[in-house]
Ligand binder design. Structure first.
Ligand SMILES: [Zn+2]
Ligand SMILES: [Zn+2]
Length: 432
């Protein structure tokens, strides 16, 4: 069949576009059954029905069009927009995922050289950016479930592919959350299984660095997950209380202010151990984190999350103090200062939160006595968020200049004594 030409639409095809704009999915199904409809027909601007449906945010219609063979990577739009770009612009994460699952290329660019993720970021659809940046096809992981070359066994037992893929796809990089994902799958809570999983993650990390279009973001994520899995492995081997002990270590706050310094040091350490020293992303991360004293903002977690998912962890959402899930809506009833996503998370946190809960209550009471001051704080909240965001950016830039001036591998910056990642030999043990 001839390539569809722009604007060369049959009457039924025009009807298809109208139904996508204002009709329902049943009508669309009837029209698509007609032989007069080419599913990849193009309107005057080079938009396919799938692009229209994605842009309008109609998930059912997108699914139907894909079932009818819509080409997810059609690139005939006058400005080079793809269906994935339209999905990102619509702000619908379900449609964005659907396009990715259907094989949408993430690195295609439009006529001004922007990818779908960049387009979505440009219009403030950060959840879609996150979905795109964190996409990893199940097929790419399943490659390792087949023996390759002379291997007698595959690198990854097929039963582990599902649970591991779920971890890879997480957009919440809180190490506690990742340990929870391991814990919820009995097949993963096993030394041999974790060993295989982290080795495959290391291979994927290498692949992401060495592939033609190097994907440093994905490489860092693979490496980070590998580090968390290795930590789980260590705890499984050495401790009786296993992964619960790891969760406790990650949550335990220091006496002075409850800041979880083991977690902070762990994340810094993961970043520092990234094996490809020349990666730009690594250098950026190190420069953002190295000058920050442990306990101050930004935390390594927020810097890493922003770099890997494009999300600011401190903007417009309540995060669970335990697992970092977004949209946590349960508060500690005593201090009302910390939020949780579930009762389970609150229980997990209590052993350490109880040490500072009272002083948080007192702070709260002080504020209530002084109502004008409370009001003032609220007014300033948005300024604070902006200030923090600006601060983060400035930190990156300043550190970049510093390292450029000094030359050499910025990883060494992390080793400076005031905020050493590994700590003196004596302290390391008490953390593990
Ligand atoms: Zn939680
Ligand atoms: Zn409390």
């Amino acid at each position: 069949m001839a390539e569809p030409q722009k604007g060369n639409l049959s009457d039924t095809e025009r009807q298809v576009l109208q139904v996508i704009a204002s009709g329902d999915v049943q009508e669309l199904a009837q029209l698509l059954a007609s032989e007069e409809v080419r599913v990849n027909c193009l309107d005057e601007y080079g938009m396919t029905p799938l692009m229209h449906a994605a842009y309008k945010g109609k998930a059912d219609m997108c699914r139907l069009l894909l079932q009818h063979g819509a080409d997810v990577n059609c690139n005939q739009h006058e400005y080079g927009y793809t269906a994935l770009m339209f999905a990102g612009l619509s702000g619908k994460t379900d449609i964005t995922s659907m396009m990715l699952d259907a094989g949408a290329e993430t690195d295609l660019v439009n006529s001004v050289g922007r990818t779908a993720a960049q387009m979505a970021a440009f219009v403030g659809q950060h959840d879609c950016v996150t979905v795109i940046n964190n996409f990893f096809s199940r097929a790419r992981l399943e490659y390792y479930t087949q023996p390759q070359g002379l291997e007698r066994e595959p690198k990854l037992p097929p039963t582990l592919a599902g649970p591991l893929h779920k971890i890879i796809m997480t957009t919440n990089l809180n190490p506690v959350k990742i340990v929870m994902l391991v814990k919820e799958n009995p097949v993963l809570v096993d030394v041999a299984a974790l060993e295989k999983c982290y080795q495959v993650m290391d291979l994927l990390c290498e692949q992401c660095v060495k592939q033609q279009d190097m994907n440093e973001v994905l490489a860092m994520k693979m490496h980070y997950i590998s580090c968390v899995l290795q930590k789980c492995l260590t705890f499984l081997q050495k401790r009786d209380d296993k992964l619960d002990a790891l969760v406790k270590s990650l949550l335990r706050g220091r006496d002075s202010d409850g800041f979880p310094q083991y977690q902070e040091k762990f994340i810094r350490d993961c970043i520092r151990k990234f094996p490809y020293c020349e990666a730009t992303l690594l250098q950026q991360l190190v420069r953002s984190i190295a000058p920050v004293e442990i306990g101050n903002d930004p935390t390594a977690f927020s810097v890493l999350t922003q770099a890997l998912t494009g999300q600011m962890t401190f903007v417009d959402a309540d995060y669970c103090a335990t697992c970092g899930e977004k949209g946590a809506d349960k508060r500690c009833s005593l201090c009302k200062a910390v939020t949780y996503c579930s009762l389970m998370c609150q229980k997990l946190h209590w052993f350490t939160h109880k040490k500072i809960c009272r002083s948080l209550q007192e702070q709260d009471a002080d504020l209530e006595k002084d109502t004008p001051r409370l009001k003032e704080l609220k007014d300033d909240e948005s300024d604070l968020v902006m200030e923090t965001a600006n601060f983060l950016q400035e930190l990156c830039m300043r550190a970049e200049e510093k390292v450029a001036a000094a030359g050499g591998c910025p990883v060494e910056l992390l080793g400076c004594p005031s905020n050493s990642v590994t700590g003196p030999p004596g302290t390391q043990k008490s953390f593990d």
